[in-house]
Ligand binder design. Structure first.
Ligand SMILES: Nc1ncnc2c1ncn2[C@@H]1O[C@H](COP(=O)(O)OP(=O)(O)O)[C@@H](O)[C@H]1O
Ligand SMILES: [Mg+2]
Length: 292
């Protein structure tokens, strides 16, 4: 990058002291500076790629971690193919957009929101996405206890990123800003599971376009649509066929074939939720013979 900053003094605005620190190699060029260079020189993302790699290397030197907090995907995952494809598409991102993609998967308890998100996220990770980290936090949405406070959640997320204690301010806005700084230039997935409302989410949103946010909630969180341009994905209950498939995949073919009531169970499960189908499967598994 030796000659580059000098050539860019005019087309790219940069404060004098910052030019000197870049030129004298005291600090690597920032990602936003590199983006401006790419734009000014029509260089696609040549400089952005270099600056992002430099920034990641610096952070690693300073002990910032690469969290991998996603739970394991379900072995018996079935159905929801349409929703899965839509979600995977969001996770693959739109490289021309500078916005942070936010998707809200909503539906009643037990319908499979968390299972779907984890499945899609694990798939994206094995396709090479979100190499800089995956954060997963349960926001303890509507339930018996109190929902998680954004202040505490930000502390948890900063610790998960390996931020030193002195980088965790005692003020909510500053914490949120520190979190955004920590995510800058990263390609990172943030899963906010079981959210209570929009106010809980807003301070947790990253600002850098490499990041993607997936929220699960019983609510559609309409505030997030207007304030963060969120896309919503309503998760329907499993169809009768999918519920039967789920029961079969848990209890196995031999047990399912021996089970005259499996179809009736699938009806009940479809009306209720995959959570019901799982419970029914476990119960059947415990008493049905495994050989005929
Ligand atoms: N499509 C699916 N295939 C298989 N199991 C599923 C599916 N959806 C949900 N489950 C199972 O049903 C239970 C409830 O799902 P979960 O994702 O926790 O629901 P929610 O997050 O909507 O409350 C879990 O045990 C989960 O593994
Ligand atoms: Mg859930």
């Amino acid at each position: 990058m030796d000659e580059v900053p000098r050539r860019l003094y005019r087309p790219v605005w940069l404060p004098l002291h910052r030019r000197r620190t870049v030129r004298d190699r005291q600090r690597p060029p920032s990602v936003s500076f590199a983006e401006a260079c790419d734009q000014a020189l029509n260089a696609d993302d040549t400089f952005t790629v270099i600056a992002t790699a430099l920034e990641a290397a610096t952070r690693q030197q300073q002990g910032w971690g690469r969290p991998a907090q996603l739970p394991a995907a379900k072995r018996n995952f079935v159905g929801s193919q349409g929703e899965m494809n839509r979600l995977v598409k969001v996770l693959h991102g739109d490289e021309h957009s500078r916005a942070v993609p936010v998707v809200v998967v909503n539906g009643p308890p037990g319908v499979g929101k968390t299972a779907l998100v984890v499945q899609a996220a694990q798939r994206a990770v094995s396709d090479g996405y979100f190499a800089d980290g995956r954060l997963f936090v349960n926001l303890l949405g509507p339930g018996r206890g109190a929902a998680a406070e954004p202040f505490g959640v930000l502390g948890y997320l900063l610790r998960a990123l390996g931020a030193p204690a002195e980088c965790t301010p005692a003020d909510l806005d500053q914490r949120a800003a520190t979190f955004r700084s920590a995510l800058h230039g990263r390609e990172l997935l943030l899963v906010l599971d079981n959210a209570a409302d929009t106010q809980q989410i807003l301070p947790l949103l990253p600002g850098s376009p490499g990041c993607t946010v997936v929220v699960t909630s019983r609510s559609r969180l309409p505030g997030l649509i207007s304030l963060a341009g969120a896309v919503t994905l309503a998760l329907p209950e499993l169809s009768r066929r999918e519920a039967a498939l789920l029961i079969r995949s848990v209890i196995g073919d031999v047990r399912a074939d021996a089970d005259a009531d499996a179809d009736a169970d699938a009806d009940t499960a479809a009306v209720a939720s995959p959570a019901n189908a799982v419970v029914i499967s476990r119960w059947r598994w415990s008493w049905l013979p495994s050989t005929s």
